[in-house]
Design a binder for this molecule. Structure first.
Ligand SMILES: C[S@@+](CC[C@H](N)C(=O)[O-])C[C@H]1O[C@@H](n2cnc3c(N)ncnc32)[C@H](O)[C@@H]1O
Length: 356
């Protein structure tokens, strides 16, 4: 019994710590912390953890924890007030340097098949600089729920992606690329049509040490780092721009939201899927929704506006693309149990192929 309780405490503490590092909204951190406020105080005062977070974010969390403890008539330990004061000072320094709009998020994917809590449960950790302004970089400097979902899908079905050439549209901060690199894709091409997003994405790939650095093809084959970041605007992309890539798998997360862009997006998808001879080969029994016998696209999307989604579905059908929703039949495992702000049920996963 005592063992199980200690296990629960360890799990709560781990979830709280990971949520904090992932930059979860303060209300979600507080919701996790409520299970065990003494643990919350420990986490909030652990220098290694808060040192990596943006001071505005940390200050807000400190403030909320202090009020919560005060409201519960508990004694707020002096160290917490001291740390709060320190955070206030560094927040003032940050705003003088105008550095407050970016926050580092550490997204840790926890393996779902575990019996006990230890650091070995964490399969991938992605460190990402994100903007706290969701419109920065044409929305590409924020992390969107569909890319969490697509990342969980990649980690749940690594055999689909390993040894495959993967090409992502509208990659934003680059999380999906880090997961593709992790599962052993033979090449990962991340693209975006916004230049400030592309700059941020490249910095994130360097931060995670996954960029291609080698010129020699043989060395490249041996290297574990396969990610390339490229500028690609759907409006401007031509057949000849895309001809060189020949991806096995095309991916996209939260890219179906602007009806003006939809025809261009569908045209690019269609060009990428309509490539010549090379065939994908995932060995699964016939009828399996994950079976592949040609290039395939996986597009994760939150349907915020049904009209825009229908416009995408119609443009895809007109371009002779078949799109099926596989989100519920091949639901990914839950690798992010500590992320209370992430509503996985809001995300649909489309598998898109050429109609036969
Ligand atoms: C909502 S964000 C999603 C970012 C990322 N995939 C994620 O889920 O976190 C949409 C992304 O698509 C890119 N994008 C939008 N319109 C585009 C276009 N016409 N051409 C290329 N990229 C575009 C934006 O720059 C942005 O990075």
């Amino acid at each position: 019994m005592a063992g199980a309780a200690a296990q629960d405490d360890a799990e709560q503490l781990l979830h709280l710590k990971l949520a904090f590092l992932a930059g979860e909204p303060p209300a979600c951190i507080l919701a996790l912390a409520r299970y065990a406020l003494p643990l919350a105080v420990k986490i909030a005062t652990a220098p290694k953890v808060y040192g990596r977070q943006n001071s505005t974010y940390t200050t807000t969390i400190f403030k909320r924890i202090i009020s919560e403890v005060e409201l519960s008539s508990d004694i707020v330990i002096d160290a917490l007030y001291e740390e709060f004061a320190q955070r206030m000072l560094s927040k003032a320094k940050d705003s003088l340097l105008n550095k407050t709009n970016h926050i580092y998020k550490e997204i840790s994917f926890l393996s779902s098949t575990h019996d006990n809590v230890s650091s070995s449960l964490i399969s991938v950790v992605a460190r990402l600089s994100c903007s706290s302004n969701m419109l920065e970089g044409d929305t590409g400097c924020s992390l969107w729920p569909s890319s969490l979902f697509l990342s969980e899908f990649i980690l749940s079905y690594p055999e689909i992606f390993s040894t495959k050439c993967c090409f992502e549209l509208g990659s934003g901060v680059g999380l999906v690329g880090i997961c593709l690199n992790y599962v052993g894709a033979s090449k990962v091409i991340l693209t975006d049509g916004d230049t400030s997003t592309l700059t941020n994405m490249k910095e994130n790939m360097e931060l995670n040490n996954v960029c291609i650095k080698l010129e020699d093809f043989e060395e490249l084959k041996e290297s574990k780092n396969k990610v390339e970041c490229k500028y690609l605007s759907w409006e401007e992309a031509s057949e000849s721009d895309l001809r060189g890539y020949q991806p096995d798998i095309v991916l996209g997360a939260d890219i179906v939201y602007d009806p003006v862009c939809v025809p261009h997006l569908v045209r690019v998808l269609s060009m990428l899927l309509r490539r010549d001879s090379k065939q994908g080969e995932v060995n699964r029994k016939s009828g399996d929704e994950l079976e592949m016998d040609g290039p395939v696209a996986y597009i994760a999307t939150v349907v915020r506006n049904a009209e825009t989604f229908n416009c995408f579905a119609k443009a895809a059908a007109d371009a002779k693309l078949s799109a099926i929703n596989i989100g519920s039949s091949t639901a990914p495992s839950n690798f992010l149990p500590y992320m209370l702000s992430y509503d996985r049920s809001s995300v649909q996963l489309l598998k898109i192929t050429l109609s036969s």
